[in-house]
Design a protein around this ligand. Structure first.
Ligand SMILES: [Zn+2]
Length: 366
């Protein structure tokens, strides 16, 4: 079974994660000097409250100034939302697990085949994963109506991405579009067989982009096109045959990195996937193992400023944990920019194909 350490999980939550939570819960959050301001969703359903739920970055606590009139942490918020929006009585353990699953944060994992089933049973308890059907060892994510994809603009040139090196061909394959209503680049997510299971957006709004720049599920006409990111690998449907042939996969954090990879090395050589988070879930690794991979190359962002700093140590610990967990089934190697030829928070593919190849050559097998 998987056990989660409340403090560890809470520590690893970023303000961006909190923003995502509030956004998904319908709080329509905004940035503030001290953290975030959201509509109250703690004591009322989304759309009914005023912007009186504050999140303080320094303490990691929320305060509701109306109905609740108290301080509480992110887990308490999940408990409140579970009750109001999902009709579920969560205890603290449920909430911690839910948050950990949502952001792919690792708990301490003790493998046991019988208990694994218990985990799946647990997962089916929570609203968003409720729509997943368990089929033998496979899970089938809820499919959205892909009609929505026909409503986006595919003729407009997505300048910022073209400038960064992503080819039009790569964008066409991935059906990257533009949603003028939200000023967003649209990134559809497909499952291993190409079913449309999620839609994420990358805002072009400079201010939002800086603060919460990455990617968020899109909400259009009240439908939130989200999916449990740890239960799928982005780009897998396009690269799986190559991965099978080459018995090797490169795992990036973000969707965009896979697009860059295939732009530089060709669609026909694409062996990239993105886990869309800071960690690779057991389920994602199993997807790759099922293809018969002999090596999984972890190509995460350079999430440390200097060798030996706190972020560096955290990253190293996570990578070693991953290696230890899977060393008997597959070789796991890491792209690790120890010479700092890329920038802070860069993906290894962000600085062009030459630097990527250099990093790839120097990858580390722990
Ligand atoms: Zn409240």
């Amino acid at each position: 079974m998987i056990t989660f350490d409340k403090l560890k999980i809470r520590e690893s939550l970023t303000t961006e994660n909190i923003f995502d939570l509030l956004y998904e819960f319908g709080g329509e959050p905004n940035a503030a000097a001290f953290g975030l301001i959201s509509a109250t969703i703690c004591h009322n359903p989304p759309g009914e409250g005023s912007k009186k739920l504050y999140y303080y970055e320094n303490t990691g606590l929320f305060k509701c100034f109306t109905g609740c009139d108290e301080y509480f942490d992110p887990f308490q918020l999940v408990i409140k939302v579970a009750k109001i929006q999902w009709g579920k009585e969560f205890d603290l353990n449920d909430a911690v697990r839910w948050v950990a699953q949502r952001f792919g944060l690792s708990g301490d994992y003790v493998e046991s085949p019988d208990e694994k089933l218990e985990d799946w049973k647990y997962l089916t308890n929570y609203e968003r994963i409720q729509e997943i059907t368990l089929k033998e060892n496979n899970i089938i994510l809820k499919e959205y109506d892909d009609e929505i994809l026909n409503r986006f603009n595919y003729t407009v040139k997505i300048r910022p991405w073209l400038d960064e090196g992503i080819s039009q061909e790569a964008m066409n394959q991935a059906r990257i579009g533009f949603y003028p209503g939200g000023d967003q680049i649209t990134i559809p997510h497909f499952d291993s067989t190409g079913r449309f299971v999620g839609l994420r957006g990358r805002t072009l709004c400079e201010e939002d982009g800086k603060l919460f720049g990455k990617y968020r599920p899109l909400k259009i006409n009240k439908e939130l096109y989200n999916h449990p990111l740890g239960m799928n690998l982005y780009n897998f449907n396009f690269s799986k045959n190559n991965i099978k042939l080459m018995k090797k996969a490169i795992v990036f954090e973000s969707e965009k990195s896979t697009l860059l990879y295939k732009s530089y090395f060709g669609l026909e050589n694409d062996i990239s996937v993105a886990c869309c988070g800071f960690s690779l879930s057991a389920y994602q690794i199993q997807m790759l193992l099922d293809l018969g991979v002999e090596e999984i190359v972890i190509a995460f962002d350079r999430q440390f400023e200097e060798i030996g700093d706190e972020e560096f140590k955290r990253l190293k610990t996570n990578l070693i944990k991953l290696r230890n967990k899977y060393k008997n089934s597959v070789m796991i190697s890491f792209i690790f920019d120890k010479n700092m030829i890329t920038g802070y928070k860069d993906s290894p593919i962000d600085c062009g194909p030459q630097k990527f190849l250099q990093l790839f050559k120097e990858r580390i097998v722990l």
